[in-house]
Structures are given as structure tokens and as C-alpha cells.
Design a protein around this ligand. Sequence first.
Ligand SMILES: NC(=O)c1ccc[n+]([C@@H]2O[C@H](COP(=O)([O-])OP(=O)(O)OC[C@H]3O[C@@H](n4cnc5c(N)ncnc54)[C@H](OP(=O)(O)O)[C@@H]3O)[C@@H](O)[C@H]2O)c1
Length: 327
Amino acid sequence: MQTATTTTSLTVSRLGLGCMGMSEFYGASDPGDAQRVLQRALDLGVNFLDTADMYGRGENERLIGGFVRANRDRVVIATKCGIVRGATPADQRRDTSPAYIRAACEASLQRLGVETIDLFYLHRLDGITPIEDSVGELSRLVESGKVRNLGLSEVTVGELREAHAVHPIAAVQSEYSLSTRGPEVEAMVDACGEIGALFVPFSPLGRGLLTAAYRSPEDFTGADFRTILPRFQPGALEQNLTVVDRLAGIAAAKGCTVAQLALAWVLARGPHVVPIPGTRRLDRLEENIGALGVSLSREDMAAIDRAAPADAIVGDRYPTSLAPRKA
Ligand SMILES: NC(=O)c1ccc[n+]([C@@H]2O[C@H](COP(=O)([O-])OP(=O)(O)OC[C@H]3O[C@@H](n4cnc5c(N)ncnc54)[C@H](OP(=O)(O)O)[C@@H]3O)[C@@H](O)[C@H]2O)c1
């Protein structure tokens, strides 16, 4: 397995595993399947597990905690704090005050059942607490040994630099994929490379859009978060699938799947880029890991750009109520 290493000496497999869907967001899940996927991932060399306190309101950390404890020296566990959840995924507020960060870290340690979190992210900034105060508190968690490395999610390059001046930042997580790209996120990929941090694309498969596995809004029912996401609404989804189908044509000509093409595209952006596709299925896990063997030529990249230009996808990433803060 290829790896990536930060200037803070954090080494992770070049592909991680997003664990969020194992608890909620994408419909029903089975805890037994989750354990099998975690084990196979590790057997195949994927050691970088991504969770957050808000996934399943703590349930996701509990779900993977036993596996992490049983394989403590082989697994890099990343979790996040800063989004305070209500009953549904859409019911959220943000808190990155020092008191909240301290309490959230203790709660995550307890649920995971470990003594140290390898990578602790601020999931979102609350827009109230000065970032120096939030990162200052995180740095005290590093001093006390409760956390090894610090990360940020969905921040601007300016915020990354402010945070990095307080304590070295080991990773930034932003949505980045063939369905979510543009100058701001490209600047973030470069900024992470400059400071020797990982850039961790979340939802690198566009929440499943880029796999061509979902063909109709009716594929998403009940508690599936995509029922409220603009890109999956009737009208938008059909239009977006025309982009995915063009990409699928390129993938077929290369002898890979469209999901592998999408992952290979983010991986090609630099050796510090470590996507964390999420899946609950062994076959999809293996397919996604196969992306590490797909190399894209200059001609492939040009064909992908023509098939899926940066503005090709219709619909915002989130509904208005969850829209990211303006910088
Ligand atoms: N920092 C943040 O704010 C943030 C936000 C969102 C997510 N994340 C993290 O990023 C991780 C990944 O993002 P994500 O789960 O939202 O989206 P994703 O990885 O882009 O897509 C996951 C979806 O695609 C399906 N899928 C995965 N591989 C597939 C394949 N080869 N073929 C067909 N379908 C496939 C999954 O279904 P199955 O499970 O049924 O296979 C799931 O529905 C999450 O698990 C979470 O840890 C972070």
C-alpha cells in the first residue's frame, strides 16, 4: 500500500475509509457488514479511518471503537468535533469554543475507547470563537497526549494559515471530487502541499453520484441524507447523470470503473492527497482500492475535463439551511 506522510510525522495509507455511512446518512446499515469492511480494509492496507462525533450522534465512534482498540497500533483514527447534532442529520449547530472542544475530545476518547486520537479535526468553525482560541485549545490537547495531530475541515486557505501559525496542522478535509471542484479548493490542495499537510478529499465519489450506481431520486428513500441534497433532486439528478455517463465512457475505454476514475482523478492531484471514500460493502471497498492502480495520462485528464468541466454539476452541495459559512 502506498502511503502519505506529513511534516508532523503522521503516516497514513494513500486511501482512507470513510465510516460515516456505516451509521447513518445513506440509509440503513448493518453493524456486521461494517466490521467486515473495516477488517478487509486493514487486511488490504487501508489503515486511515475517518469518523466524527456527530455521525450517528456518537454511534459511529462506538461502532468502530472496538475494531480500533483491537488493532490500535495498525490503525490511524481520525475524528472530528464542532458540529453539535440534533435528532436528524440536518439538525445541526456549530461550536468550536475551547470548553466544547475539551468536552468533545473526552467524549470521543471514551466512545472510541482509546487513550489518544491520532488526528483530531475541527469539523466546522463556529464563526464566533477566534480560530487561535480553538486551535490553542487543540494544542493543549496535543500537549496532554490526548491528541497526536490536528486537522481542519471546510476552512479557507486564510484560516488554515492562521491556524497553522498557532500549531502545525497535519490535515485539511474539504469536499473535492469531479463533482465538487473549483479555484478555492484547488488553492487549498496547494496550500496543504506547501505546509506538508495532507489534503483529504471528503465525499470523493460525490456521495455516490460519481459511481453511476444511483440512477433515480427514488433510489434514495427514508433517512437517506441525499433526499434533501440539491444535486440528487428530480431534474438535477438526471442532468448530473449525463456528466457521469460521459465519465463512464472514459472509464470503460481505460478498463476501469467510473468510481475508480473519479478516485484516480483526485489521487493524481498530488502525493499528499488522501481521499476517504465511504462504503459499507466489501466489493465496493475492493473496487475503490483498485483506483490506486489507475494512472491517468495527460490525454485522459483533458478528456475528463471536457466530460466534466468544473461547472458541469447542477445543484448546490448542501440545502440552504446547511450551507457553508461565507469566508
Ligand atoms: N468533513 C466533512 O464535513 C465530511 C462530510 C461528508 C463526509 N465526510 C467523510 O468523508 C467520507 C466519505 O464521504 P461520503 O461517504 O459522504 O461520500 P462518498 O465516499 O463520495 O460516497 C459514498 C456513497 O457512495 C457509495 N459507494 C462507495 N463506493 C462505491 C462504489 N465503488 N460503487 C458504487 N457506490 C459506491 C456508498 O454506498 P455504500 O456504503 O452502500 O457502498 C455511499 O452511498 C465519509 O464517510 C465521512 O467520513 C466528511
